[in-house]
Ligand binder design. Structure first.
Ligand code: UD1
Ligand code: CA
Length: 458
């Protein structure tokens, strides 16, 4: 079986933040997760992650999904791989893929094709490389005819070597047993005083073993984030790649300003995404919808023909031909059935809104089950929290909730119930009844004249 070691021990000092560098996000997902997913896509699941700086953050994130090993001191990429020797010894027969946790664009095809070359040529080590316009900062690939001679780090390179545009992606296939052997021979003899994993190539060649480079067709495989600027550049690359995939699938964008779409998001044909939309997680949007401007959707399912304008939604389900917005928040576990209309300044949490219901303005619905074809007036509140526990409101089909109604949960309104504007409803209401609760209306004639005195216009 083949092993994978993902290096995620680095601090990323230039990021200027207390976080392991591979945990910085590209399109809302840690770079480490991008690397893990590419391995999984390539059918590799025997993964060990080398953690170091703020290891507990990696532990919390990985949450036991994969083996991790701690690198106590950061003494270089070779030293990081050394920490995984016990992991490799469990599975010494096959090959080991070493990947950088801060280079998120390694892809399934590159992983599979480079393994093929590695096995076909019976290489001891195969380094994955890429040709890039600006190779500054990367290890340069020094070739020798058909094979490879060495990898020279920027800081150790001669002026001539700095002209080389083929660079080390930081990803390699090794014969596992050979890698363990090379790790034992690494030294700290270089300008940074580190154990360079790249030196293992030189060691292999000196032992007369075969080493070669696999030049990936994906120029982005080398891209890593060493500082905030390069992280932004990675986000831009990923962002436009996702958008172009959706364009090919028949999704409409007139302007992509501020549009960020996570790579697992699915969007149906004929849907338009307007400017300023962030669509994340496992969001799925149907066909012929209009989303935006300015929507933030996370793990939200949207049916067909639905319009969302300035909506923030997290873990909600929205049906077909629904109109929501502007300025609406849907919180987790909300289901909005088809043909519902939700207008401005409405918040819905942990509730079901039945088909054809209208919640037009300034309303809070929390922990409630609302039936079909209900009409909420302006400014209604389901009072779901008594200071200790949350309770539910149940509202039957065809109810008419007058403006500024408070429904004090737990409370149940039957079918076709009307509530008078301004009522506070504390008791269950049977089908087809009117609930009205108001203080008697008083009128004091000329009341303000005395107070206003001279200011009163007669
Ligand atoms: C490394 C390569 C370089 C290559 C580049 C690609 C070496 C010596 N150089 O350089 O040839 O072009 O990657 O991005 O390997 N890490 C640890 N522990 C450590 C040091 C690093 O876990 O002690 C991890 C980092 O978190 C990172 C990865 O290893 O994920 C690469 O380390 P980094 O310091 O970024 O290497 P580069 O100098 O970029
Ligand atoms: Ca790097």
């Amino acid at each position: 079986m083949n092993n994978v070691i993902i290096l995620a021990g680095g601090q990323g000092k230039r990021m200027k933040a207390d976080m392991p560098k591979p945990m910085f996000k590209v399109l809302g997902e840690p770079m480490l997760e991008w690397v893990i997913k590419s391995c999984e896509d390539a059918g590799l699941s025997n993964i060990c992650i080398v953690k170091g700086y703020m290891a507990e953050i990696i532990d919390n994130y990985i949450d036991g999904r994969y083996e991790t090993v701690l690198q106590r001191e950061r003494l270089g990429t070779g030293h990081a791989v050394m920490q995984a020797i016990p992991f490799m010894q469990k599975n010494i027969d096959g090959n080991t893929l070493v990947l950088c946790g801060d280079a998120p664009f390694i892809d399934e095809v590159t992983i599979k094709e480079s393994l093929k070359l590695h096995e076909d040529e019976n290489n001891s080590v195969t380094v994955i490389t890429s040709m890039i316009d600006n190779p500054k900062g990367y290890g340069r690939i020094v070739r020798d005819g058909n094979s490879i001679n060495s990898i020279v780090e920027e800081k150790d390179a001669t002026i001539e070597q700095k002209q080389i545009h083929e660079v080390n992606s930081g990803a390699y296939w090794f014969k596992t047993a050979d890698l363990i052997e090379y790790l034992g021979e690494l030294t700290q003899n270089n300008s940074q005083g580190e154990y360079y994993l790249t030196d293992s190539l030189f060691i292999a060649i000196n032992k007369g073993r075969r080493a070669n480079a696999y030049l990936s067709e994906n120029p982005n495989v080398v891209l890593g984030a060493n500082d905030r600027k390069s992280l932004l550049a990675l986000n831009d690359v990923a962002r436009m790649e996702v958008i172009s995939k959706h364009l090919e699938n028949g999704v409409e964008f007139i302007c992509t300003d501020g549009v960020i779409i996570g790579r697992d998001v699915k969007i149906g044909v004929g849907t338009e995404i307007k400017q300023g939309c962030t669509l994340l997680g496992n969001t799925i949007i149907g066909e012929d919808c209009t989303i935006g401007p300015n929507c933030l959707l996370n793990d939200t399912i949207v049916g067909n023909g639905t319009t969302l304008n300035s909506v923030q939604s997290n873990q909600a389900f929205i049906g077909n031909n629904v109109k929501i917005g502007p300025y609406v928040q849907l919180r987790p576990n909300s289901t909005i059935h088809s043909n519902v209309k939700i207008g401005d300044f409405v918040e819905i949490k942990n509730s079901t809104i039945g088909e054809g219901t209208a919640v037009a303005h300034l309303t809070y619905i929390g922990d409630s089950d609302v039936g079909k074809h209900v009409n909420f007036g302006c400014g209604c509140v389901t009072v779901n929290y008594d200071g200790k526990v949350k309770n539910r409101c149940v509202i039957g089909d065809n109810c008419f909730i007058g403006c500024n109604t408070n429904l004090i949960a737990p409370v149940r309104l039957g079918k076709g119930v009307y509530t008078g504007a301004g009522s506070t409803v504390t008791k269950d209401v049977p089908d087809f009844a009117l609930a009205i609760e108001r203080a008697p209306f008083k009128l004091k004639d000329g009341y303000s004249l005395r107070k206003l005195g001279d200011k009163a216009e007669k």
